[in-house]
Design a protein around this ligand. Structure first.
Ligand code: PGA
Length: 250
């Protein structure tokens, strides 16, 4: 880990209902402990729970994010869609964009770029997911893929304020397989250098995501250029999530 704040982003995907909020107090309590001062907790539940999460986390250290938005902002005749403006108006601070599960639903780098520009305009903090497929990895194309994704997704963005990058190899998400620490280090280093060059020497928060769990966290936390984790499956269970936080920090 770096010496900065340590991010723990919980991506709940299409899981959870009202009863899933009951035990959130466990995380709220942990977040108040002096041992976890450096930790930043961001919960990204499905849209249906955003409002409840926001209410339950008022005056706590837990922040809330959405998992996507439509590429048209404001309001309009877009059945089934939710805009960045609607998300922001609810009080939400963060938004995950470019997740591979959305990319496989049809989100191209160009669409993600539109969503990013809109979200930044709405002053949401964007967590942009990038990462290679297994085929890319086998063909040693990781850096090329990252470069293309970063170039296209961040096109026309004037400053890197409010951008966080999550390095998430597609082949690692939900599979139990994680890259070696050396590979994560190398790819995160590329991302950080890319951002430094593009935005003139500014540091950026970069997270690792993909099958982070209680068993591998002890190894993953040794990577000294990452600023935290984007956690899917393991974040849906509060005890597992807290265990990951404890094992990272203590
Ligand atoms: P996972 O998901 O932890 O279940 O692999 C990570 C993610 O989708 O962001």
């Amino acid at each position: 880990m770096t010496n900065n704040n340590i991010y723990f982003v919980a991506n709940w995907k299409m899981y959870g209902n009202l009863t899933s909020l009951n035990a959130l107090n466990k995380v709220i309590n942990i977040s108040r402990s002096k041992f976890f001062k450096k930790a930043k907790f961001i919960y990204c539940p499905p849209f249906t729970l955003l409002d409840q999460f926001l209410k339950k986390t008022i005056n706590t250290k837990i922040e809330v994010g959405a998992q996507d938005c439509h590429f048209v902002n404001g309001s309009g005749p877009y059945t089934g869609m939710i805009s960045a403006n609607q998300i922001k108006k609810l009080g939400t601070k963060y938004i995950i964009l470019g997740h591979s599960e959305k990319r496989s639903d049809g989100d191209t780098n160009q669409i993600i770029n539109k969503k990013i520009l809109i979200s930044i305009k709405e002053k949401l903090k964007v967590i942009l997911c990038v990462g290679e497929t297994l085929k890319d990895k086998k063909n040693k194309k990781e850096i090329n893929v990252l470069k293309t994704q970063l170039n296209s997704c961040l096109k026309n963005l004037k400053q890197k304020k409010n951008i966080i990058i999550a390095y998430e190899p597609v082949w690692s998400i939900g599979t139990g397989r994680v890259p070696t620490n050396a590979d994560i280090y190398k790819n995160v280093k590329f991302i950080k250098n890319f951002i430094k060059k593009k935005f003139k020497n500014k540091n950026i928060v970069v997270l690792y995501g993909g099958s982070v769990n209680q068993k591998n966290i002890g190894i993953l936390k040794k990577i000294n250029n990452i600023d935290g984790f984007l956690i899917g499956g393991a974040s849906q269970n509060y005890d597992k999530f807290i265990d990951i936080v404890k094992k990272t920090i203590i």
